[in-house]
Design a binder for this molecule. Structure first.
Ligand code: KIV
Ligand code: ZN
Length: 515
């Protein structure tokens, strides 16, 4: 890696996962971790091992599975946290321990109740301890942008002397502005003795909508690691959006002279879609780079221009970020090989029994619907990945509905290997299905939101349903796709209840989590 490489540190599985409704279970984290490796990120922050048993296991599993990418675990500076993080990374090919403590007077006074000297001692001790376990250690000064600059210089000097290889300057509360942040990075680089021995990293939150702009300004000032998440998910207003930073650097070589990332940009869109399908949160249509309208030209004058020469209104091509147009890709005569090849091209990872389920579903869909598009395949794959941790599996369903019968539904669920059936009536068929599922699963959750959208155009398009449910203050989103929106609704609801079940089991073992 040269001085001209901007390292991409992806924290979708840690900071991203902390945002409401975005939590992922173990196998979902592994699936996304594998895709992030394919995307070419330099570092994957896989979790916070001391926070929970689930996080510990996820960091361990991602570290074990990935051989190319640095896998990082987060730890507060406490002895037990750093030790736990090291244990989780024991079998990782390329481990990194990321330890952090707050440095602003606001946090010292109200949260840590520690003096500046005590924090400094803690940094030295934690980094030294971490270096005892691994050569790659990152130190973060939480709330750096509201910390005293000269105190930050002292803190980073201590961390560097103790062996930190990456020094991170987080804008934890999304407070800074591009000029101010660039100045801070330049100041730290100029004043921390031996600063050229470390990589300066930036980690921004988007509270003022400035996370990407701040990160890019910091790159100009010499930062060489950007911490970010796919689709910009994260605490509150989110973290720096990976795809926006990467494509800004790539699209403007004149501005970011000589700089580049190692990201395989055609994997951006598949990564974005995979994340959305796992967490059930779609990006807004006008989201830069990965939104549905990011490359859509509506105005006639724009369309005419693009037809004559794409450069008139297109500063990058959809293909460069892996977004192929909604072309017809497969039909009912396509076989297993064609199906597998197409999934590979789209970067959709599905193996073993999940692959068999996806192929069966593809055949059924191809029978019902003449044209199968890329978006259909993405939905099929998302649907076919059944977590081994799922307690409930949807079986057959039947409904009665219309203008005069009372809507009713019979639903079959496989619960820990046992087939069970329930019938319920409701104000409509979806309500009836949800009631039958509620009875079978004995859930006490409330339905917060129900959304349905067509995956592609056409009367026979698959419907994608997303439901948000909440139980005991925990909100989760489930999704499901099918050419029959009633079936899609049942899938989405069962998906959400499985997620709640997983959280209940995890909470029973771990207690609450979070930084
Ligand atoms: O926002 C933040 O400060 C963090 C640190 C733990 C790096 O997420
Ligand atoms: Zn953060």
């Amino acid at each position: 890696m040269t001085q001209d490489t901007v390292r991409i540190f992806d924290t979708t599985l840690r900071d991203g996962e902390q945002s409401p409704g975005c939590s992922m279970n173990h196998s979902e984290k592994l699936t996304l971790g594998r895709q992030l490796e394919k995307l070419g990120v330099d570092v994957i922050e896989a979790g916070f091992p001391a926070a929970s048993e689930g996080d510990f296991e996820s960091v361990r599993a991602v570290g074990e599975a990935l051989r190319e990418t640095i896998v990082c675990g987060l730890a507060r500076t406490g002895v037990a946290d750093v030790e736990r993080c090291a244990q989780a990374l024991e079998r990782a090919a390329k481990p990194r321990i990321h330890t952090f403590i707050a440095t602003s007077d606001i946090h010292l006074k109200h949260k840590l109740r520690m003096t500046r000297e005590q924090v400094m001692e803690e940094v030295e001790r934690a980094v030294t301890q971490a270096r005892g376990y691994c050569d790659d250690v990152e130190f973060s000064a939480e709330d750096a942008t509201r910390s005293d600059r000269d105190y930050l210089v002292q803190i980073f000097s201590v961390a560097l002397e103790a062996g930190a290889t990456t020094l991170n300057v987080p804008d934890t509360v999304g407070y800074t502005t591009p000029d101010e942040y660039a100045e801070l990075i330049a100041y730290l680089k100029a004043n921390v003795p031996g600063s050229d021995r470390a990589v300066f990293a930036v980690h921004c939150h988007n509270d003022l909508g400035l996370a990407v702009a701040n990160s890019l300004a910091a790159v100009h000032a010499g930062a060489r690691q950007v911490e970010c998440t796919v689709n910009g998910i994260g605490e509150r207003a989110g973290n720096t959006s990976m795809e926006e930073v990467v494509m800004a650097i790539k699209t403007r070589p004149d501005v970011f002279a000589g700089l580049d990332t190692q990201i395989v940009t055609r994997e951006i869109y598949p990564s974005s879609r995979l994340l959305s399908s796992i967490i059930g949160v779609q990006v807004q249509p006008n989201k830069a780079i990965v939104g549905a309208n990011a490359f859509a030209h509506e105005a006639g004058i724009h369309q005419a221009g693009v037809l004559k020469a794409p450069i008139t209104y297109e500063i990058m091509t959809p293909e460069s970020v892996g977004k192929s147009s909604s072309e017809l890709v497969l039909g009912k005569h396509s076989g297993r090989h064609a199906f597998r090849d197409r999934l590979d091209e789209l970067g959709l990872v599905v193996e073993g029994e999940d692959f068999e389920r996806a192929f069966k579903r593809f055949k059924a869909l191809a029978d019902a619907k003449k044209q199968i598009f890329n978006e259909d395949l993405e939905a099929i794959v998302a649907d076919a990945i059944v977590s081994t941790e799922d307690r409930f599996e949807l079986g057959e369903i039947a409904i009665t509905s219309g203008t005069f019968p009372v809507p009713s539904a019979t639903v079959e669920l496989l619960i820990e290997g046992q087939k069970r059936k329930a019938t319920a009536s409701g104000v409509g068929p979806v309500d009836a299905i949800f009631k039958a599922v509620t009875e079978l699963t004995e859930t006490k959750c409330d339905l917060i939101r129900y959304q349905v959208h067509a995956i592609t155009s056409g009367m026979d398009a698959q419907g994608e349903v997303s439901v948000t449910v909440s139980e005991d203050g925990r909100r989760v989103i489930g999704n499901g796709a099918h050419e029959d929106v009633i079936v899609a609704s049942a899938k989405a609801y069962v998906h959400a209840i499985n997620k709640l079940e997983w959280h209940k089991r995890r909470r029973a073992v771990d207690g609450p989590k979070g930084v």
